[in-house]
Design a protein around this ligand. Structure first.
Ligand SMILES: CC(C)(COP(=O)(O)OP(=O)(O)OC[C@H]1O[C@@H](n2cnc3c(N)ncnc32)[C@H](O)[C@@H]1OP(=O)(O)O)[C@@H](O)C(=O)NCCC(=O)NCCS
Length: 193
């Protein structure tokens, strides 16, 4: 069974490799997204986007096979301007092709959401496969009055009253960068690690 733990010092390269292999993209869009979140500037009045406790690595028999990042970001106005309302943004989540469909992704999701529940933010948001995330409790953003009005835009409430978020838009990065939901989930067992 996969063991889930917080990313350790020196794991950044392994995380990048897992992400690149899982998404099978030459442009490494999701790898860049993680790097950008890690490097986001820390201002005096703004908390960092990267939260170490929410960068989770899954290992099977000591071999790293999966990664989930949940980071902090600001909800936006329609024009893209950031608001003071912060939320947690889930993604990317990656499992190596030859380790998929054995429950690793589900364990990462459950540990990530359990950890998120003990934090001050009120909401976890994502843009992702509409058929994958509802099983973990995600619901369409539109049900909470958030945008965009896409099936792939989803919200996991950590607090019963999300009225402070009504009419806000999911963070720019989740919309612009995590486009993997557009292609179907596909298992590829042809590339052992
Ligand atoms: C999405 C992902 C993280 C799921 O990880 P996983 O370890 O395979 O997930 P689980 O084993 O917990 O799978 C649970 C269910 O998800 C679906 N699923 C997961 N991987 C799938 C795949 N490769 N093909 C089709 N369905 C898949 C299935 O419904 C599966 O249940 P089933 O095996 O009973 O049919 C993994 O497939 C992945 O890394 N994909 C490429 C990157 C990606 O698309 N990330 C999400 C971006 S929004």
């Amino acid at each position: 069974m996969a063991q889930i733990g917080v990313e350790r010092a020196g794991d950044a390269d392994v995380v990048a490799q897992i992400t690149r292999r899982a998404f099978d993209r030459r442009n490494g869009e999701e790898v860049e997204m993680i790097a950008r979140i890690r490097a986001a500037p820390k201002f005096i009045l703004a908390l960092p986007k990267f939260i170490l406790a929410l960068s989770l690595v899954a290992e099977v028999g000591g071999r790293p096979v999966g990664h989930l990042l949940i980071s902090r970001d600001k909800l936006r106005l329609e024009g893209g301007q950031p608001t003071d309302q912060e939320g947690l943004m889930l993604g990317p989540i990656s499992v190596l092709p030859d380790a998929q469909r054995r429950g690793v992704g589900s364990r990462l999701m459950r540990r990530g959401l359990d950890t998120a529940a003990s934090r001050p933010e009120l909401v976890v948001v994502l843009i992702g496969h509409p058929e994958y995330y509802p099983r973990f409790g995600f619901r369409p953003a539109r049900e909470f009055g958030l945008h965009p009005d896409w099936d792939a835009a989803m919200v996991y409430p950590l607090w019963p009253d999300l009225s402070a978020y009504r009419e806000l838009h999911l963070p720019e990065q989740s919309v612009c960068r995590c486009n993997a939901w557009r292609k179907p989930l596909q298992a590829d067992h042809s590339q052992p690690l």
